[in-house]
Design a protein around this ligand. Structure first.
Ligand SMILES: C[S@@+](CC[C@H](N)C(=O)[O-])C[C@H]1O[C@@H](n2cnc3c(N)ncnc32)[C@H](O)[C@@H]1O
Length: 228
């Protein structure tokens, strides 16, 4: 209803999407109190979108198994209660200082010793190199192998680089390994390693592949100890 009214009043689609997202976050926050954390909450799939994975607690801001605003400040899971978390293409949707680093601190708190955080996101280094290499043509072709309907609506190919940076206003920051390692270290993670999607799928074959190493950064961060 709110979205419909905003469209009628000719707010631009980006504003409508922002308001929708923030209203969903508000509802997730208001309904969080008193909700019981399910037993399989030792494995969290955060920002799952429409990819529900069996055996995991699939969380997103709305329409998920356990709706959760990741920028809420305090997550509803007890200290040391989680073994593994997967978050693919979510961190670029959060502000660095007031949302992402506090979220990483919460993840550190809820992890058991040796808890493992698997992250992926667009890779700032790959995106910048791609612009210099060929204005992003190879990256855009790679996108179309996965999303055949993807279109730049006739714009020259470098506009794909804009899309990776901004995604219609949804993306706040891109990360390279150095920036992401710094953010994780701020939260207490001592062991951060670059991996590839195949490492994630070898550990958890139940995840549907994204086949996006060409544009993405994959990382594992461990609460304590070393990656093997
Ligand atoms: C690009 S999608 C990725 C979805 C899925 N992880 C995948 O790999 O296809 C980003 C997801 O992050 C979620 N997200 C963004 N901000 C969020 C927040 N504050 N709390 C919870 N989820 C959020 C969005 O709702 C969306 O489903």
């Amino acid at each position: 209803m709110l979205a419909w009214t905003m469209r009628k009043l000719r707010f631009d689609p980006r504003t409508v999407a922002y308001v929708r997202h923030d209203v969903a976050r508000l509802v997730a926050r208001l309904t969080l109190r008193g909700r019981l954390v399910p037993e399989h909450a030792r494995r969290l799939h955060l920002g799952c979108g429409n990819r529900r994975v069996d055996g995991w607690l699939n969380c997103d801001v709305s329409g998920s198994e356990f709706d959760l605003d990741l920028a809420v400040g305090r997550l509803p899971f007890p200290d040391g209660s989680v073994d593994v978390i997967v978050m693919q293409h979510v961190i670029e949707h959060l502000n660095l200082h007031d949302q992402l680093i506090p979220l990483f601190r919460e993840l550190y708190r809820i992890f058991a010793n040796d808890g493992r955080l698997w992250l992926s996101c667009p890779d700032l280094a790959k995106v910048c190199s791609a612009y210099l290499d060929d204005r992003g043509r190879a990256l855009e072709e790679d996108r179309r192998t996965r999303w055949p309907d993807y279109s730049l609506n006739g714009a020259p190919v470098q506009h794909f680089i804009n899309d990776l940076f901004h995604q219609n206003g949804e993306h706040r920051n891109l990360f390279d390994i150095e920036l992401l390692t710094w953010a994780l270290t701020q939260a207490g993670f001592s062991c951060v390693q670059r991996v590839i999607e195949a490492d994630l799928l070898a550990a958890y074959p139940e995840f549907p592949p994204r086949r996006d190493d060409f544009q993405s950064l994959y990382v594992i961060a461990i609460k304590a100890g070393k990656a093997q």
